[in-house]
Design a binder for this molecule. Structure first.
Ligand SMILES: [Zn+2]
Length: 86
């Protein structure tokens, strides 16, 4: 399965938009699909990190949850990263 297939299988699409520099990326629902928006102004390394982070939210069903802190700590725990916003 290619990466594109993986995303399609999970009903995830990735788009790039010029966002303020403080935002690396975020995800939102669009019908049955999850759209991951990455900051077009960030460099490739930052975009990859942001994509990993947002994918963790998407694949864990966090878009249907409303406890921001709980979502962030779940993602931070999984990725072994320090807790950060986004
Ligand atoms: Zn996050």
């Amino acid at each position: 399965m290619t990466y594109e297939d993986f995303l399609r299988f999970n009903q995830i699409s990735v788009v790039f938009e010029p966002l303020p520099y403080s935002i690396k990326g975020f995800c939102r629902k669009k019908g049955e699909w999850i759209v991951i928006v990455l900051n077009a102004r960030c460099d490739l390394a930052e975009q990859r990190r942001a994509l990993d982070h947002e994918l963790a939210h998407a694949l864990n069903g966090h878009l249907d949850m409303y406890d921001y802190e709980e979502c962030e700590s779940a993602v931070a725990f999984q990725s072994g990263q320090r807790k950060k916003k986004g």
